[in-house]
Write a protein that binds this ligand. Structure first.
Ligand SMILES: NC(=O)C1=CN([C@@H]2O[C@H](COP(=O)(O)OP(=O)(O)OC[C@H]3O[C@@H](n4cnc5c(N)ncnc54)[C@H](O)[C@@H]3O)[C@@H](O)[C@H]2O)[C@@H](O)CC1
Ligand SMILES: Nc1ncnc2c1ncn2[C@@H]1O[C@H](COP(=O)(O)OP(=O)(O)O)[C@@H](O)[C@H]1O
Ligand SMILES: [K+]
Length: 486
């Protein structure tokens, strides 16, 4: 499991460790690790041009010390001092090693560098970058040389991943002690490139993480697998209520996600047209044409999925109400969420409820503008959990899953080719299947996001190594191969 922390958590741990060590030890450890990564990225250190962007804090200090180490190995190191102050000991170390500082016109320095080291701000950064950092961040992002961010790309909020205004786009981010939330969560994540963690001995002083990201091994351990004694009922019966006379595809895709994720049995109920399509595509499913909002005729299930393509009229409302009135876990998606936004009282129940909104749907549920949710996913998914009393999976470029009193789980397996109609419907079927197999809502949602992302990647990659367009059904089709491989 990968773990990540807020800036405050990192600072507290650093203080505890620093109290036991001679002054400057941590910074030297950080700078040494940084210089090793930088040296590894250059075809040769000797003679290469390195530009250091140096802010006024310790982030600038790290860059200066690392620059000094590179200068000692023969690199031509030039430091742009951007802050009102500069880390003096770091600056002396650089000068002693033969590095130099440059005044305007610094754009040339950035332009001609083989490697740009972004030491403008780290975990001390707050809000939009001010000048001249802002211009330097833009110049670094446009540089032809490699860009390495020190601890966190300047302009990215380390605790939240929020990016206001320009920020440095790095090919590699060298982070110290522990990963910060903002390196795992978009939009920040997309500025980091590859993240390299340098151990500075912080481990024993770190608290429980704020954010985690599951690995393939974690998911493999959580996934239910049939044993010798399994039968279809014990493996898990999932009930899906989706689709309508008008929207039949969502039903087909949600059932597809469930069948291909390994449901013991899928019971599908919906409008006549949706049932017709589900039967045509998935003869494995047992179907019921719903005549009114009674779900009792559908048969016994261990978990429900409701919402994709359902519509938002009176009948849909009554169906959502009826399903939430049962005592089994329920996953609500798509139109089901829109219905809930109009009457949150339906969420008062004792069995687990998993909500799987995208930012637009969460915007309706929380009455918060969509762009604010996308800029601060962790904060909003947590708020949703508290306000709605459910487990919440927020979809999008980074999918995040939250439950009260647990770290937010961030999913990093997806691909932006997933941004296509119907892939969310497939996700609902996967999540429901895992719920019906007995996983907790938190585990079911996070494993579903993980498998969904891997399946999309597999479908998108094929044999070529590159990535290309996928259809939602391709994601469902790729699921068995993904589960085999875990
Ligand atoms: N504390 C420690 O023990 C260690 C810290 N390390 C480094 O120290 C960094 C934190 O250092 P600091 O606490 O000095 O903070 P930073 O160097 O991250 O930034 C603080 C400085 O940036 C300015 N600043 C903040 N937001 C700005 C904005 N939006 N635009 C322009 N200027 C802005 C502040 O006025 C302040 O001068 C870490 O990210 C890491 O790189 C490492 O050396 C490892 C050890
Ligand atoms: N830029 C992106 N990068 C990675 N995954 C994405 C991106 N945009 C959307 N997704 C994923 O694609 C799926 C889209 O689901 P959703 O918005 O519900 O679409 P639909 O309702 O058409 O099925 C979600 O799993 C979401 O996390
Ligand atoms: K930085």
């Amino acid at each position: 499991m990968r773990t990540a922390y807020t800036s405050d958590q990192i600072r507290t741990a650093e203080r505890a460790l620093m109290a036991l060590l001679p002054d400057g030890t941590l910074m030297r450890r950080a700078a040494t690790g940084l210089s090793v990564v930088c040296a590894g990225l250059l075809p040769g250190v000797y003679g290469s041009r390195v530009a250091l962007l140096v802010g006024s804090g310790d982030n600038g200090g790290d860059a200066l010390y690392a620059g000094a180490l590179l200068a000692r190995r023969g690199a031509r190191v030039e430091a742009v001092l951007a802050g009102s102050r500069t880390h003096q000991a770091g600056l002396e170390a650089l000068r002693e090693a033969g590095g130099r500082t440059v005044e305007a016109p610094w754009p040339d320095v950035v332009r001609r560098a083989d490697l740009v080291v972004d030491g403008l701000v780290g975990i001390g950064g707050a809000g939009e970058l001010r000048e001249p950092y802002r211009r330097l961040a833009v110049a670094a992002s446009e540089a032809s040389g490699l860009v390495v961010a020190v601890d966190v790309p300047s302009g990215v909020d380390a605790s939240t991943g929020r990016v206001e205004g320009p920020a440095v786009r790095a090919q590699v981010t060298v982070t110290f002690g522990a990963c910060k939330n903002g390196l795992l969560v978009d939009p920040g994540r997309s500025y980091c490139g590859r993240v390299e963690l340098v151990d500075i001995g912080l481990g024993p002083y770190l608290p429980d993480p704020d954010v985690v990201s599951l690995t393939d091994e974690d998911v493999a351990d959580l996934l239910p697998r049939p044993g010798a004694e399994s039968d279809k009922y014990r493996r898990g019966v999932i009930g899906i209520i989706a689709g309508s006379e008008r929207f039949t595809g969502a039903a087909v895709l949600s059932v597809g996600g469930a069948v291909r994720a390994g449901a013991g049995l899928v019971r599908f109920a919906g409008a006549k047209a949706a049932v017709g399509q589900v039967r045509a595509h998935w003869p494995e499913a047992i179907t019921t044409v719903l005549d009114g909002p009674s779900v009792a005729d559908v048969g016994r299930v261990q978990a429900w999925v409701i919402g994709p393509g359902l519509g938002t009229g009176e009948e849909a409302r009554e169906l959502v109400r009826a399903v939430l009135a049962t005592d089994v876990p329920v996953l609500v998606d798509a139109d089901g969420l829109t219905v809930l936004a109009g009457d949150r009282s339906m969420l008062r129940r004792s069995a687990p409820t998993v909500l799987t909104p995208h930012a637009g749907e969460l915007s309706r549920l929380l009455d918060v503008p969509r762009d604010r949710i996308e800029a601060a996913r962790i904060a909003h998914v947590r708020r949703a959990v508290t306000e709605l009393g459910a487990i919440v999976l927020l979809k999008g470029s980074t999918t995040v899953v939250a439950q009260e009193d647990r770290p937010v789980r961030v999913n990093a397996t997806g691909t932006s080719w997933l941004a296509t109609g119907g892939t969310g419907d497939v996700l609902s079927g996967i999540g429901g299947t895992l719920l019906s197999a007995g996983l907790s809502g938190y585990d079911a949602a996070s494993c579903a996001a993980h498998l969904h992302g891997l399946a999309a990647r597999l479908a998108s990659t094929g044999n070529s190594g590159g990535q290309g367009p996928i259809a939602a059904m391709d994601v469902a089709r790729a699921l068995p191969q993904v589960i085999q491989s875990l």
